[in-house]
Design a protein around this ligand. Structure first.
Ligand code: SAM
Length: 291
């Protein structure tokens, strides 16, 4: 008569047994709906040839479903009070390793090498702590860890931004930072009611699949991302004004910017949100070329 951790009754029992009080500051909203967890695992297509990294296991609701399907699960949890809880709830899953650490401070490459000796693909599956959604996404993207897929729950508004298309309000430098490396789509929406405590916002499951090569060819990635950030600095300003804000207003800089825009075939009066990834790449490459 084993009951899964995520069932509302078992969750309540675990919280009571351990006298656990939620910490809002750590983004603690626990999922209490086994069907949604199963849908997350299905979306991530996890099998015994897959290793999984989880961020913020909480009391282990999602971790349990991952452990049942994956080869190994490595989970980072920052809250020391949850470590003994997880030792208790996950004792029947020897393929789980919980690391008591702030994921943003984790050396992902080193830890995964230690924990995943097999050459299996690595997927990140998590119900993220919402107060640091973007830093966590950037931490993984910038780590150079070879993650084949990410299936992550986040506030719907951020999922919309990451999966946005050019010309929309949600499209911005975060869209480009992620879509440069990964293909992004919203898999499904999750109602507030399946969490305890309930968050204030709707959530979405975002699915990201690593591209074989980046979406566009750029001569210098750092400069490319600098350009995209600069272009969205003030959303109401034109590209021309935003670029001068970052690169400078001297005649020399203005001539360089004007020439680069011309080579790339981009009207300086446009706004950053109308440029596709390919156009940003063309502009960035033109700027590098005639530096
Ligand atoms: N996975 C559980 C679930 O789905 O029910 C809990 C998800 S809850 C939204 C986020 C979890 O992330 C919490 O357990 C919280 O303590 C943990 N957390 C918050 N900040 C963290 C950080 N910087 N590093 C690792 N874990 C963190």
């Amino acid at each position: 008569d084993y009951k899964e951790i995520a069932t509302p009754s078992r969750t309540k029992e675990i919280l009571k047994t351990h006298g656990f009080q939620f910490k809002k500051s750590l983004g603690q909203n626990f999922l209490t709906e086994p069907n949604i967890l199963r849908k997350i695992v299905e979306t991530a297509q996890i099998d015994k040839q897959t290793n999984v990294i989880e961020v913020g296991p909480g009391i282990g609701a999602l971790t349990e479903q991952l452990a049942l399907h994956a080869n190994k699960v490595l989970a980072y949890e920052i809250d020391d009070r949850l470590i003994p809880v997880l030792e208790d709830t996950l004792q029947r899953y020897p393929n789980v390793n919980v690391i008591h650490q702030d994921v943003l401070k984790a050396n992902l490459i080193e830890t995964t090498q230690e924990n995943f000796p097999e050459e299996f693909p690595i997927k990140v599956v998590a119900n993220l702590p919402y107060y640091i959604t973007t830093p966590i996404m950037m931490h993984f993207l910038e780590s150079e860890l070879n993650v084949s897929e990410m299936v992550v729950m986040m506030q719907k508004e951020v999922a919309d931004r990451i999966s946005a298309k050019p010309g929309t309000k949600a499209y911005g430098s975060l869209t480009i930072a992620v879509q440069y490396f990964m293909e992004a789509s919203i898999a499904f929406i999750v109602p507030k009611t399946v969490f305890i405590p309930q968050p204030n916002v709707d959530s979405a499951i975002l699915k990201l699949t690593k591209r074989d090569k980046p979406a566009v060819e750029v001569t210098d990635e750092k400069e490319f991302f600098k350009l995209t950030k600069a272009s969205f600095q003030s959303r109401r300003k034109t590209l021309w004004n935003n670029l001068q804000q970052t690169y400078g207003k001297t005649e020399e800089v203005k001539a360089w910017l004007a020439k680069s825009l011309e080579i790339a075939g981009i009207d300086p009066g446009r706004r950053g949100e109308t440029l596709s990834l390919a156009e940003f790449a063309a502009l960035s490459n033109a700027m590098e070329e005639n530096k």
